[in-house]
Ligand binder design. Sequence first.
Ligand SMILES: NC(=O)c1ccc[n+]([C@@H]2O[C@H](COP(=O)([O-])OP(=O)(O)OC[C@H]3O[C@@H](n4cnc5c(N)ncnc54)[C@H](OP(=O)(O)O)[C@@H]3O)[C@@H](O)[C@H]2O)c1
Length: 340
Amino acid sequence: MKYNQLGKTGVLVSELCLGTMTFGGKGYWQAIGELPQNEVNQLVKTAIDNKINFIDTANAYSEGLSEIMLGKAITELGINRQQVVIATKLRIRMGEGANQVGLSRLHIADSVNDSLTRLNMSHIDLLYIHGVDPLTPLEETMRGLEDVVRAGKVRYIGISNHPAWMVVKANSYAEKMGWTKFCALQNYYTIASRDIEREIVPMAISEGLGIMPWSPLAGGFLSGKYTRHNEKAGDSRRDNFDFPPINKEKAYDIIDVMTEIGNEHQASAARVALAWMLSKQYVTSIIVGAKRNDQLLDNIAATQLVLTAEQLEKLDKISALSPEYPGWMVERQATGRMPE
Ligand SMILES: NC(=O)c1ccc[n+]([C@@H]2O[C@H](COP(=O)([O-])OP(=O)(O)OC[C@H]3O[C@@H](n4cnc5c(N)ncnc54)[C@H](OP(=O)(O)O)[C@@H]3O)[C@@H](O)[C@H]2O)c1
């Protein structure tokens, strides 16, 4: 397991991060996974035993149950709190009240207090805002985040599911005010959905932000169990829960190539998909999900899979994005401009 710098901070996080969306299975999250505490403990133990030091949850996962079960697992397994980097998020509705949602200063304060209670922890290492709130001005959100950092409840902040321009605008404002800036991004990124390479990746490189891809197997679709000839895998969430969006025809072409390359290494397509992503320098830590321990072990094994330059080229080519303006014009005008 390699460790990478969390943005420009002095914190090191493992190249894989354990996702916790399968913990509990309450409400909307029931379709994703319904792991009971003993299986949660097993997944957390497997992660820690294999040197993963980074765990990702959210206030809303299983309506708060994911945070509760994660906190319990850490206590019951006797894990030293200082050996793990715990990330959580806020933005999704947490109750019926008009203000139990969003990115207002009010809700940031309430949500962080509630997360700390559920996690049974004194602080959150990394707090992400979970998506755009069209109502709250970015300036208010940055002030709310600065408050919880100054109060010692949160150590670093990150931003998820935002367009590139908003990240830069928010960080520029925080810099102007002398406040805490986002150090990490959390975005949907898979070998079959490379959209972030257009605007978000170049922005992250330019700004020194860490990139934490979520749903790296598109919720299991890219694990190898779904093919053009086998659209149902049985007891798998993608059978009935069609999220996140993916161009299935394109994905099937990519799965064919990943399976072929996997066979050359006696490895699953899932492992190939993750190894491809690990080969990208700009990726800090991939947030892997698992419903079973063997899946997590398979995903961890991706850190040992070294794909050849030829295999990586094949994967890059089959999964390439279609040209889109202004990207193609930027590329065209760069020709001959940079020194060799
Ligand atoms: N910021 C955000 O908006 C956001 C959104 C979504 C997720 N996340 C974070 O990202 C984490 C990961 O997301 P995800 O669960 O969607 O990740 P994923 O890796 O795309 O999907 C995980 C699912 O795929 C299947 N799977 C995983 N490994 C497998 C393997 N080796 N072989 C076969 N099947 C395998 C399992 O489901 P089945 O057995 O049911 O097929 C597993 O639950 C979440 O836990 C959460 O922390 C963040």
